[in-house]
Write a protein that binds this ligand. Structure first.
Ligand SMILES: [Zn+2]
Length: 334
């Protein structure tokens, strides 16, 4: 009998190893452990074995039954693991997950910030809902100035408005800190402009301010030069043209050599080789006095440019409305 038990065990082992799928294993299970199975038949024989051998035989057959049940389960789970692996077709194309990315304006904002951070500037922030005082009065824009006209500004309540530029952040920074100051601020600004290819009621500015002893117009030009070279490329030049802004004296419109044609002349620069980028100038004495700085000791310069304009020139975008249309095909290009 022991030899029969060993033979059954070996035969089942061979059978299970050869099984190619769960079906094979199931039929072996029936063959060995089913009602008419080989092992079941042995179990039935136990009672007929001579009394002195019955106990030993019974233990051997029960051990065989337990082993067979375990071996079958083990083989089934191995097979289902293997089968599951073969169920995956690695040649099928994967499902593309659309990858989110930063908005083009955010990207340009961060690029501008990194250029100024490399020059040792701090980044400041300020509220979009601003007091009239910080937006206008403290910046030497008197009550009768055209910029305070209802047509240009969104007033929310008497004395409260949506900031029309990032310049109030200058005032807040100067009132909070003592010179030297080297800061930029980026953020949304609001004006009651009709929407067209170059105007939107919401736009983004980058504001710069430097206050220290012995700051000159040459420092302004040097910093702007570094700025535009960092953003538009190392061969870009800066030109300052006389202009007027109430909070600077002297004031300048800043033009850069056209990064598209390299200054030779093209439709973007209207064949002039130069593109106007935004205002700048030396901080007006009235502004310095307003924040409590002594203009005989401290001077400074400031500038305010549009992030949209920078992005339009850098990427050849013709219409400012594209930034706000939320067209994913457009935004996905950057
Ligand atoms: Zn050009």
């Amino acid at each position: 009998m022991p030899s029969t038990i060993d033979e059954i065990r070996t035969a089942l082992e061979t059978r299970l190893t050869a099984a190619r799928d769960a079906q094979d294993v199931r039929s072996a299970q029936i063959e060995y452990l089913g009602k008419k199975g080989t092992v079941t038949a042995l179990l039935k024989q136990i009672s007929g074995v001579a009394e002195d051998q019955r106990r030993q035989f019974g233990e051997q057959v029960n051990a065989l039954k337990q082993w067979a049940a375990q071996a079958i389960e083990q083989r089934l789970s191995n097979l289902s693991f293997t089968t599951r692996r073969y169920d995956i077709d690695f040649s099928l194309p994967g499902q593309l997950m659309p990858a989110g990315k930063k908005h083009i304006l955010t990207q340009v904002e961060e690029e501008v910030e990194s250029v100024f951070l490399s020059m040792g500037f701090d980044i400041e922030e300020g509220p979009e809902i601003e007091q009239e005082y910080y937006n206008f009065e403290a910046l030497n824009i008197p009550a009768d100035h055209p910029a305070r006209d209802m047509q240009d500004t969104f007033y929310l309540a008497p004395g409260m408005l949506l900031r029309t530029h990032t310049s109030p952040i200058q005032v807040r920074t100067m009132k909070r800190e003592n010179p030297p100051i080297r800061m930029i601020a980026t953020g949304r600004c609001y004006r009651r402009d009709a929407v067209d290819a170059s105007h939107t009621p919401v736009f983004t500015q980058v504001e710069g301010l430097v206050i220290d002893k012995d700051i000159t117009f040459a420092d302004l030009k040097g910093v702007l030069q570094e700025f535009v070279r960092g953003v538009f490329g190392s061969s870009t030049n800066v030109k300052l043209l006389p202009s007027f802004f109430p909070f600077v004296e002297p004031g300048a419109e800043t033009a850069i050599s056209c990064p598209i044609c390299g200054g030779k002349g093209c439709p973007t620069c209207k064949n002039s080789g130069w593109i106007e980028m935004g205002g700048s100038g030396m901080v007006h004495q009235n502004v310095l006095q307003e924040v409590g700085y002594d203009p005989s000791i401290y001077q400074g310069f400031a500038f305010g440019w549009g992030i949209e304009r920078i992005a339009m020139i850098k990427y050849g975008i013709r219409d400012i409305r594209m930034f706000y249309d939320n067209d994913l095909d457009f935004l996905g290009q950057f």
